[in-house]
Design a protein around this ligand. Structure first.
Ligand code: SF4
Length: 478
């Protein structure tokens, strides 16, 4: 089965302008959410899809803009949390007269598949998005309305979703799951009377639109020639906004649940400095790129020199990309090889290295080795996210527990301190300190119980499941 995190957009121009250039620009602004494939869809046509980065298809942009010209369109950038990275699994997908783009994960896809007449799921060729789309279309056939169909689907479906849809009758829709796991915002560009719904506000800025607000968890938006219409398909009151978006996934320029991500990350760094005040450090350096604001916040809070001690080689093949969301280990290693320490900054120093998360330990191990080679006297590592110990079934790629650096192949129950010590030894740091959920939520300014921390706590109540953990090979078909 294929499960997606990704970035989605939906754009509708009430002035009838061709929105395809806006879709392309907004997808480029969401590229950090998915580097594997991208696509667009307009009414009455099969979706256009390409593997790779949006910018890799730049020579095609004029042609695409002409051939798919439309005032209504949706778009998608893909990061596969499960399934093969091929064009067939890229989105948007089309079922009857509805095209769909999905950000999230559907955990009970086999069950849902049985409701649409049974599907054969193999890791390579089936998509949970396709199953959800088929189920939605069949529910709409019975009762006509997307809102009513979503209010049934939300009870049948386990997982997370932000959907954008475009229908053959020229309407764009957007829906966010009742818990609000994944982010979604709506904006408006006045001069073209054009609405844009997107995973993040960075996409709105890229097309000159003003942020109006977050799409509410459980809300369905319809944008057509009648304007913007909003309805709730769920009255769920408890939310579970993904905390990992705030430390790693989202773009620093984005505003999410009212907080700017850059400022939130800087505050996380400040709060982390209060939790772990390593005052005898000479310098604070970030692991590029997501940890940069947190490292700055940490350094400012303690009055320690902030330095860029590690730089990415932007000219290597994979250097500019994000290692965590690369689907293959070999690609992640290649990215990490091109993080280069600056010996003149590091040599002889007690270095505090700030990173956004510790997932597989691949990056941290390599970075600490590189810092030692560059002459670091002492290396303290602080992590802005709590220990990741459990797989995510709501759209982020922690598919198998045994891949996590916090997983130890014995039956012992470890305390958090013991886990931290074991991980410290594995990565080779002199000190390791993890953030905790409360500290992170306080820094972001959100109630801790309105955020999801399942990958750290193992509490799957927000999803309403008790998962049986599968290996990565079983899930991804590798
Ligand atoms: S389990 Fe972790 S990564 Fe997944 S939605 Fe929750 S906080 Fe985000």
């Amino acid at each position: 089965m294929v499960k997606e995190n990704c970035g989605v957009v939906g754009i509708f121009s009430l002035d009838g302008a061709n929105v395809i250039p806006m879709v392309i620009d907004s997808l480029r602004a969401l590229q950090h959410r998915g580097q594997e494939a991208w696509g667009i869809a307009v009414p009455k046509k099969q979706p256009y899809k390409q593997l790779g980065l949006v910018s890799s298809s730049a020579s095609e942009f004029d042609k695409i803009t002409r051939e798919y010209a439309s005032p209504a369109a949706i778009g998608h950038v893909r990061y596969s949390t499960m399934g093969s990275s091929n064009l067939e699994n890229a989105q948007p997908l089309k079922v009857k007269d509805l095209c769909i783009a999905h950000n999230g994960t559907i955990a009970n896809v086999e069950e849902l598949g049985a409701m649409v007449g049974g599907c054969t799921f193999t890791p390579q060729n089936a998509s949970d998005t396709l199953v959800a789309a088929k189920r939605l279309v069949s529910l709409m056939t019975n009762n006509g309305k997307l809102g009513s169909a979503l209010s049934i689907l939300k009870n049948e479906m386990v997982g997370s979703f932000c959907f954008t849809f475009v229908s053959d009758d020229n309407a764009v829709y957007a829906a966010r799951d009742p818990k609000g796991f994944r982010p979604m915002v709506i904006g408006h560009r006045k001069d073209m009377n054009t609405y844009i719904v997107a995973s993040e506000s960075s996409a709105l800025v890229a097309v000159g639109a003003q942020l109006m607000r977050d799409v509410q968890p459980g809300e369905l938006l319809k944008i057509s020639n009648s304007g913007l219409e909003c309805e709730m398909f769920s009255d769920e009151k408890t939310h579970a906004h993904c905390s990992f978006e705030f430390t790693y996934f989202a773009h620093p320029s984005s505003i999410m649940e009212g907080s700017n991500i850059y400022i939130a990350r800087k505050k996380i760094g400040q709060f982390l400095a209060k939790k772990f005040p390593i005052r005898d450090a000479d310098i604070v350096i970030p692991v590029p790129d997501s940890a940069r604001p947190a490292a700055l916040g940490y350094a400012q809070e303690l009055g320690i020199q902030f330095e860029e001690g590690l730089l990415k080689d932007r000219y290597s093949r994979k250097g500019p990309l994000r290692s965590f969301i690369e689907p293959h280990q070999s690609d992640r290693v290649e990215i990490n090889r091109w993080i280069i320490p600056i010996t003149e900054v590091i040599n002889g120093k007690h270095v505090v290295v700030v990173d956004d998360s510790l997932v597989r330990g691949t990056s941290s191990k390599a970075i600490i080795k590189a810092l030692r080679r560059a002459g670091a006297r002492k290396i303290s590592m602080v992590i802005t996210y709590p220990p990741i110990r459990f797989p995510c079934y709501a759209g982020i790629d922690f598919p198998s527990q045994e891949e996590l650096v916090t997983f130890f192949d014995d039956d012992k129950l470890y305390t958090e301190e013991e886990i931290t010590e074991k991980v410290r030894q594995i990565i080779g740091a002199d000190f390791l300190g993890y953030n905790d959920a409360k500290n992170l939520a306080d820094a972001v300014g959100m109630p801790v119980d309105s955020m999801c921390f399942t990958c750290s706590s193992g509490n799957y109540a927000p999803l309403g499941i008790t998962p049986i953990f599968k290996s990565r090979a079983e899930i991804k078909g590798e």
